[in-house]
Design a protein around this ligand. Sequence first.
Ligand code: HEM
Length: 461
Amino acid sequence: MLDLIAELSPPAPVPRAKALGPISLLRVLAKNPLEAWTSSHFEKPIVISGLSIGRVAVVNDPAAIRRVLFDNCENYQKDWLQRRVLSAGLIGGLLTAEGSNWRMQRRALAPLFARKTVMNFSAAMMDVANGLVERLGRRQGEVVVDIAVEATRVTLEVLERTIFSDGLGRASEDIRLAMKSYFDTIGRIDPFDMLGVPDFIPRPARWKLRPALRVFESAIDTIISTRRARIASDPDNAPRDILTFLLEAADPETGASLSEAEIRANILTFIAAGHETTANCISWTLYLLSQSAEWSQRVQSEADRELGGPLDGLADRLVLTRAVIDETNRLYPPITAVSRVAIGRDELAGELIKPGTMVVIAPYVVHRHRALWAKPDKFEPNRFLGAARETIDRFAYLPFGVGPRICIGATFAIQEASIVVAAIVRNFRLEMVSGCTPWPMQKVTLRPKDGLPMVLGRRSS
Ligand code: HEM
């Protein structure tokens, strides 16, 4: 296999020389927002423009990012666009909550995703990864597999196993189907939202969403009440999964526990925020490995050595796998941009920010910014190893965001991706189907347009 990536940069749109006009911009944003960025976004510390949705400041300067997401974060609220796109069914959960309710929930939910809790999920993650290897291995000879589909299946299964470790109950297939149609629908940005059409105008995609949401919500309610009864009658034998932790969660400051609606919203939130993001991370990682003989060799040797060992601390020992995942999240961050709206006046990178300005921090742009990275478009996992890693500015690498609203599931996602990638690479040689080059497309998350068709061959060892 040629080490293509040593010479080539992985596929990505070439930044535009000039900004698009308003109509073309809307068209491109609806199709693939990644194709709207201009060269100046990748070169300047801040780019301010006036769009139909108002004044927008794209901030790349690490000190200014620190100000928005950390030092002065009280001045920057999650904006209406992000909340509207993401909020169907998730209202009341951690991702969309604000102010004191968010603080209470974050404190109560932090232990669910603490390192120690997440490490206890290694066995479930390994089991699901082994299931995938077995499923793929059953096919005879070299077969074509859409790795993006498999990765999505795996991440959904991991969430199912870690949230509801005793299963989804009798109607599991119905729930799974409802879940799929639900997430397919919220995966589409509605052009009405981009145009700033008010909420009372019905969105066609939302109509489609309603039946799936109802099936899904009522199923989850049944699961919650069954579990609550089980915890009450036999607390010692209740499964130690995310559902039990949610039912037991309490704000350490006030002792307040989560309401029934908040528990349901957070289950939906964890699935919505955790499954496609992590699936894309796994998919792009496997794609980049398929393009680099050197790195697939290194990751394979590591997997051969470590996967047979103890599960305890496994992800920590997959150092090279982790470096490749970190580099993948740099080049193809599953969440390409986060946004906030300025409440009061501020100054960012020397520019005045007026109240109401939408501030966009785009990991996709920051991670490829000419002033922040050497050879920004090249795949080079060594950046994340040893002393090199220490030189990366905390506010220039933010696949999981930064500050108080940093992704609560980051440790979970990295551990899961490390285990799944290592298990696949240990067992299979991966090669893109000849003539296919994946194209990064942003549909809420950054996914390979038309999937990731790969030829899988069993490794002989
Ligand atoms: C590679 C996988 C993932 C990526 C790239 C990712 C990325 C992000 C980012 C960028 C944010 C911050 C959004 C903002 O500041 O506006 C975020 C927040 C969040 N993520 Fe993740 N995420 C991933 C996996 C997960 C998983 C596995 C879960 C849960 C099981 C999860 C749950 C959440 C939640 C609940 C929030 C909101 C936190 C808050 O506002 O306090 N994420 N994620």
